[in-house]
Each structure stands twice: as structure tokens, then as C-alpha cells.
Design a protein around this ligand. Structure first.
Ligand code: PLP
Length: 396
């Protein structure tokens, strides 16, 4: 038996995606997630990975995963709150707390889970959440799960945030301000010092999502709070272990009470199995590398500077990016996707991104430079960008 209602629903939705030109089969990668990789059978320069420091391929990270698997097995076998917390999980959380200079840390299965599990459990239907207009989907989902009232403030605009807090001044509920530190589509940075000032003025507490700042900003990649010298001023920090750290997972850093509360109320903690031992083991190795091998971050930032300068010199519009995420803005939706396809023909993979992920008319290809790219790789990619840019009239 099969449901006609379901069949019709799916067929209509897929036809709609195809009509809009946004239906995309998954691209298949062979081999490592590396600066050069084989995508859909073609060897290309990879400009779309979040593997900022190329740690997915670091021998010490790989060896730690191998060793932990041999010693402790392939899986954790239970949720953290029953008997899924192995010695390595505990060791990683203590290490991250010291690294982030906070009282305590709790690691979730992913950054997505960390946002959902924390915001979703701390806020209630009587509370208010003030969220940046461009907050990540996992923040939005966490806010919705909490059933709190969501007030959206204009992107990176402390004045608008203040006006919104003023409007709700008399509201008795808890007030949370939440923002990404580095925005994933534009590569701009939130003005955290100004936002924190507003939070203090209105007795709101502050949550920052450091997904794209972990391992990228601050000393040894400690993140945006360290970058701005705001230690002790941000109540809740979320970080990822899946992007620059090169493995997988997300974490919440803050007070001991915050962590104890989430151990009892954070739903992914209570109802979804813990990471396999290889995950905390390889993340521990990655955090050691951040602290002992500064060359990876140095190479990342030197590559980023070179890439941005050259793109600007060629004449591309790269928006307000100040981080390794560099959009090359093309404008029209279909042209942006075709530009990405043309780059692929020329041996460069850079994902095209269009409405509704970014505003209409600001279609782009998004590039992410990593520590693993050589200058020669970047020059090859620039040649392809220049050629495609001229063909599409994006540069003269
Ligand atoms: C990627 C991302 C997440 C989710 O992290 P995962 O570890 O991939 O689940 C959360 N927030 C932001 C801003 C992100 O870019």
C-alpha cells in the first residue's frame, strides 16, 4: 500500500523546486576533504569547505581517532546522561573549558544540536529573544522550540537592538540577545562590544554563536569573545568542533550552573547518543594543535589577505567580508548559479548561493580560503575567476 496524498505532495513540491531552478542533486566527493578534491568525478580546487585549518587531514588528529577507536571501540552505546559519558568526553570538556577560559563546557553532537538544546531549554514561553535578522537556522529553530516571543533586530545594528529592548522594557520575562559572531554568507563580524553594552543596560543576557569563529578568531582560535577581549561579559558561547576544528560536534561554554542545567534539560543531551570515542579524542588532538602549532592560523590569514586583495584588484564586489568567508557577488540569481557552474568547468569549486539564503539580487558564489591552499592554488583559482568574471560581465 502507498499513500496517494504523500505521493502527490512530494511530486508537487519537487516539480516546484525544479521550476524554480533550485533542485540540486548532492555532489559526491571522493577522497579527503582537502584544498584539491574530486567532486562529481572531477579534480578541482575546493573553495567551499569549512575546513579552515585543514585539520581534517592533520596526521595527529587522524591518529588520535584511530587510537581511540582501537582502545575504546567504534561507538558510545548510550546517551550521555545514562552511561554514554566516557572518560574522553569528560577530558575534552575540561580541556575546552580551560581553552575558552570559562567555568564549564558541554559538548553536543553538533553545533546545530548545541543551539537547539541550549536556547530551547533555557528560554520559555514567558520570555523574549532578540535575534539578529541573519541569525543561523539552528538559532532560529532553538528559539522556536523554546516558544519564547522572538523579536528580530536589524543585522549588526546595536541601535535597533536598543530600540527593540526599550519597546519591551516592562515585559517581565527573561531577555536573551542572540547573534552569530561571523556571519556565514557575508563573512562580516557582529559588533560584539556594542551589543554587549546594550545587553548590560537592559539586563538581558547574551549568547554568541562562534561556529565560524572557532579556530579562526582570537588567540589560538579561542573565538570572538577573545578576539574582542570580552571574557566574562558574554553569558553563553556556542562553538563548533566541525568547522575549523575539523571533526564534528558543537559546545556551549559558560558557568557551571548553565552546564549543569543543560545536562538535565538539553534535549539532544538526554535523548540522542553520545559521540563515538574517536570524536573527543581527535578534537583533543586538534585543540592541542591550535595551541602548539600557530602556523596553521598564520597561513590561513595570510592566504585570506592575499585572496581578498587580489579579488578586489581584479574588480570583484566582495561585500563587507573581513574573515575567510569571502562572497563574490554576481547579483542575478540564475547568473550566480551559472557563474558557479562555469568555475567548475574551469577547475574551481565555489558554491553558488542565491535567494532565499541571501536577499534577492545579491546572488553570489561563496569562497572559503583555508590554511591548506598554496599560493599557487590561489593564483590558479584567481585566473579562473577572472576569466569567468569577464564572460559574465561581473568585471571589465
Ligand atoms: C554550521 C553552523 C552551525 C551548525 O554547526 P554544525 O556543527 O555543523 O551542526 C551553527 N551555527 C552557525 C552560524 C553555523 O554556521
Amino acid at each position: 500500500m502507498s499513500s496517494k496524498t504523500l505521493k502527490k505532495f512530494l511530486a508537487d513540491e519537487i516539480a516546484d523546486l525544479k521550476n524554480k531552478g533550485v533542485f540540486r542533486p548532492l555532489r559526491i566527493v571522493d577522497g579527503h576533504q582537502a584544498p584539491w578534491t574530486v567532486i562529481d568525478g572531477k579534480k578541482v580546487i575546493n573553495l567551499s569547505s569549512n575546513n579552515y585549518l585543514n585539520l581534517t587531514n592533520h596526521p595527529k588528529v587522524i591518529e588520535a581517532a584511530r587510537k581511540a577507536t582501537l582502545e575504546y571501540g567504534a561507538g558510545a552505546g548510550a546517551v550521555r546522561t545514562i552511561i554514554g559519558t566516557m572518560r574522553l568526553h569528560d577530558e575534552l570538556e575540561k580541556k575546552l573549558a580551560a581553552f575558552k577560559k570559562v567555568e564549564a563546557v558541554l559538548v553536543f553532537q553538533s553545533g546545530f544540536c548545541a543551539n537547539q538544546g541550549s536556547i530551547g531549554s533555557i528560554m520559555t514561553k514567558d520570555d523574549l529573544i532578540f535575534s539578529d535578522r541573519l541569525s543561523h537556522a539552528s538559532i532560529i529553530d532553538g528559539c522556536r522550540l523554546s516558544r519564547a516571543k522572538i523579536v528580530v533586530y536589524e543585522h549588526n545594528d546595536p541601535k535597533d537592538l536598543q530600540a527593540k529592548l526599550e519597546e519591551y522594557r516592562e515585559n517581565p520575562g527573561k531577555k536573551l540577545i542572540v547573534t552569530d559572531s561571523v556571519f556565514s554568507m557575508d563573512g562580516d563580524i557582529a559588533p560584539l562590544p556594542e551589543l554587549v553594552d546594550v545587553a548590560e543596560k537592559y539586563d538581558a543576557f547574551f549568547f554568541v554563536d562562534d561556529a565560524h569563529a572557532s579556530g579562526v578568531l582570537g588567540s589560538c582560535g579561542r573565538g570572538s569573545v577573545d578576539h574582542f577581549g570580552l571574557h566574562g561579559k558574554v553569558d553563553i558561547q556556542m562553538g563548533t568542533l566541525s568547522k575549523a576544528i575539523g571533526v564534528m560536534g558543537g559546545y556551549i561554554a559558560g558557568s557551571r550552573d548553565l552546564i549543569d542545567y543543560m545536562i538535565h534539560r538539553g534535549r539532544p543531551m538526554l535523548f540522542s547518543t553520545a559521540h563515538p570515542p574517536s570524536v573527543p579524542a581527535s578534537v583533543i588532538a586538534a585543540i592541542d594543535i591550535l595551541q602548539n602549532e600557530p602556523e596553521h592560523m598564520e597561513r590561513l590569514w595570510s592566504n585570506v589577505e592575499f585572496w581578498k586583495t587580489e579579488l578586489r584588484n581584479i574588480g570583484f564586489n566582495i561585500g563587507n567580508s573581513v574573515t575567510p568567508i569571502t562572497p563574490v557577488i554576481i547579483g542575478e540569481e540564475a547568473a550566480s548559479m551559472k557563474f558557479s557552474d562555469r568555475l567548475m568547468e574551469l577547475g574551481v569549486f565555489a558554491q553558488g548561493i542565491v535567494f532565499p539564503t541571501v536577499p534577492r539580487g545579491t546572488g553570489r558564489v561563496r569562497t572559503i580560503i583555508t590554511a591548506g591552499h598554496s599560493k599557487d592554488d590561489l593564483i590558479k583559482a584567481l585566473v579562473a575567476f577572472q576569466k569567468a568574471g569577464k564572460e559574465f560581465g561581473a568585471i571589465s
